[in-house]
Ligand binder design. Structure first.
Ligand code: FAD
Length: 392
């Protein structure tokens, strides 16, 4: 009799839990996903919804991350055309803009190079005669406008599509199912979780803690205790406005502190604007809520760039980034994922910290490689580099 119920058990059905479930099931492993609420209930439905290289990460010289993100963007455009769409991005430069045209041109040139100089990796400066295309963008002291390409998605739909793909490859899921406790044993792990009808126990070879902002709370319930990464939770708020103010994405600097903010079209007739960066202090990630001062900050941005736009807020949402702890401002900290195992050989536990929606597939493949030594060999069922994703 097999002493293990599953090869891999995963806590969390955000993009990383779904991505690792897909990668493990594609490799032929038996997989169980436990999710306390619903697929994409955490950060994976509260992001800026961009599948992008991350132009601003070039300021931190994070070239590896930008290159990998651009490769994954291309892959997702191919594998998930109904979910990931190429969109024109505009960067307006005013007299007051901190980043000057020369810096932006240099950044976009490097971005194009890292994007493989494909047709949509290129950028241009929009000639003045075409500024009419910019709708109601403020023209006072406007000096230049750059246009380049990146992609937009619906994060929750993308996560559901990855989860559906994992299930079609044989992964099982339980939700709502709350992970309660795990005991690491010599060659695996015993897990306890609760569902509305009671408490369950099962055994797996490896446990993946993909609980997003809850990662260290889940880790604290695993025995014997494993090393925790020092992280901060940073809250990012978005507003959804009732009107279609833009038909492309505008990448602008916040008047207060020069931070990058996106103003984006959203679902035909609305506009999405975000994001903020506020340290989150509450021990419970479920308590994250948009704050009145964040709303004020984002409305100030809109007022500066689209002064005549109506500002009726339909709704707002906040999500939590998991970033390395440190004194620097959040936008200067690394966006690289951190994958931590309990031991270098024959790991029983993998903890997932941070990461990007854009690179979930490459990060999930990397996570699975770190677990290979602890998993049995199977005949692979599929290769995630070639698996199409379709909306449910
Ligand atoms: C404001 C903001 C904007 C962002 N914008 C972008 C962007 O534009 N592009 C990009 O590429 N990335 C972006 N990101 C990053 C990206 O959204 C996140 O890295 C990603 O969604 C994290 O996914 P995750 O699966 O690790 O965590 P989550 O999506 O939070 O999933 C964790 C899941 O674990 C579950 N869980 C927790 N505890 C338990 C338990 N005890 N039992 C069972 N289940 C549990 C939760 O319910 C949750 O569903 C953004 C992030 C934020 C916060």
């Amino acid at each position: 009799m097999n002493a293990y119920d599953f090869d891999v058990a995963i806590v969390g059905a955000g993009i990383h839990g779904a991505g690792i479930a897909q990668a493990a099931a594609a490799a032929g492993h038996s997989v169980l996903v436990l999710e306390q609420q619903a697929v994409a209930a955490g950060s994976s439905s509260r992001s800026s919804k961009l599948i992008h290289g991350g132009l601003r990460y070039l300021e931190q010289f994070d070239l590896r991350l930008v290159r990998e993100s651009l490769v994954e963007r291309e892959r997702l455009l191919r594998l998930a055309p109904a979910l990931v769409k190429l969109v024109p991005f505009y960067i307006p430069v005013y007299r007051h803009t901190h980043r000057r045209p020369l810096e932006i041109r240099a950044g976009l040139s490097l971005y194009a190079l890292l994007g493989g100089l494909r047709a949509h990796a290129r950028f241009h400066s929009l000639p003045r005669r075409r500024w009419d295309e910019l709708g109601s963008l403020n023209r006072d002291e406007l000096q230049a406008v750059f246009q380049y390409w990146d992609a937009q998605t619906d994060d929750a739909r993308l996560t559901r599509a990855v989860m559906d793909s994992a299930v079609s490859l044989g992964a099982e899921s339980r939700m709502p199912a709350k992970f309660e406790h795990a005991q690491l044993e010599d060659g695996g792990c015993e897990i306890r979780f609760s569902q509305p009808d009671g408490l369950y126990t099962l055994r797996c070879r490896v446990l993946v803690n993909a609980a997003g902002p809850w990662v260290n709370r889940v880790l604290a319930r695993i025995h014997p205790p494993a090393a925790q990464a020092a992280v901060d939770l940073i809250q990012g708020t978005h507003l959804v406005l009732d009107n279609a103010i833009v038909n492309s994405i505008f990448y602008v600097e916040a008047p207060r502190d020069g931070r990058a903010v996106f103003i984006m079209p959203w679902h035909e007739s609305s506009t999405l604007i975000g994001t903020t960066e506020t340290a989150f202090q509450d021990p419970d990630p479920a308590k994250v809520r948009p704050l009145p001062e964040e709303q004020q900050y984002l409305l100030e941005v809109l007022e500066r760039y689209f002064p005549s736009a109506p500002t009726k807020i339909r709704t707002s949402f906040a999500g939590l980034r998991v970033l390395p702890a440190g004194p620097q401002r959040a936008f200067r900290r690394s966006r690289e994922i951190l994958l931590l195992t309990d031991r270098p050989h024959q790991p029983r536990l993998l903890n997932v910290y941070g990461g990007k929606l854009t690179t979930y597939r490459a990060d999930s493949a990397r996570a699975l490689r770190m677990l290979t030594a602890a998993l049995p060999m199977h005949i692979p069922k599929a290769d995630t580099r070639r698996l199409a994703l379709t909306p449910a």
